[in-house]
Design a protein around this ligand. Structure first.
Ligand SMILES: [Zn+2]
Length: 198
């Protein structure tokens, strides 16, 4: 399984290197960014048929903490708020989930083993500092396979701080989709296979 996947990726890399047009290179870059939006949060497994509302809320908050902190993370105005110093609107969470999953999430209090955020009917109260991962992996899409209703993207994950550190392969399926009038994708599945045992 591992070897087969790697062979497919290497073959595709050679093809890309010889014949890929500028347009498809640009699209591959956009796909890499799309998948990196999941992996940067430590989301390494997605199945859109199994994903829970809690998973989606965790994505929405985490995505905004990492990418849109200036515009979406405010200071909570309550004195010594028991849930932490940060505040994020439910609307921002909903928008991010819609953009990447094409799902209308219901805002609710998040309570998982790892992270929590209290929803007050309008905003999430939480501690943004707890949401920043230690090691961030980005995706490098190496091959693209087009189906009738989806695109399959295969590639490697790399450590943002050390690009040669590539400990995992991934395969993802996504649906071509328009969000706010712009062409993008919504995720269907993501599987990550760690190849580096160290
Ligand atoms: Zn608060």
């Amino acid at each position: 399984m591992k070897k087969k996947l790697l062979a497919v990726i290497l073959t595709a890399a050679v093809l890309l290197g010889t014949g890929a047009s500028k347009r498809s290179q640009d699209e591959t870059k956009l796909m890499s960014t799309f998948i990196s939006n999941f992996t940067e949060l430590g989301v390494y497994y997605i199945d859109i048929d199994e994903i829970t509302n809690q998973d989606l809320i965790a994505f929405g908050i985490g995505h905004n903490v990492i990418n849109n902190a200036k515009s979406t993370v405010k200071r909570c105005g309550l004195k010594n708020c028991e849930y932490g110093p940060s505040l994020m609107s439910g609307a921002a969470v909903k928008a991010s989930v819609k953009k990447y999953f094409d799902v209308d999430v219901s805002n609710e209090t998040l309570d998982t083993d790892r992270l929590s955020a209290e929803f007050d009917g309008m905003n999430y109260h939480f501690n943004a500092a707890e949401w920043r991962p230690n090691t961030i992996y980005y995706a490098d899409v190496k091959s693209v396979t087009r189906g009738k209703y989806f695109v399959q993207m295969d590639g490697e994950l790399y450590n943002v701080k050390r690009k040669s550190d590539r400990p995992a392969l991934f395969t993802a399926k996504a649906k071509p989709y328009k969000y706010n009038g712009k062409d993008t994708w919504s995720i269907i599945t993501l599987r990550v296979e760690w190849t580096d045992e160290n």
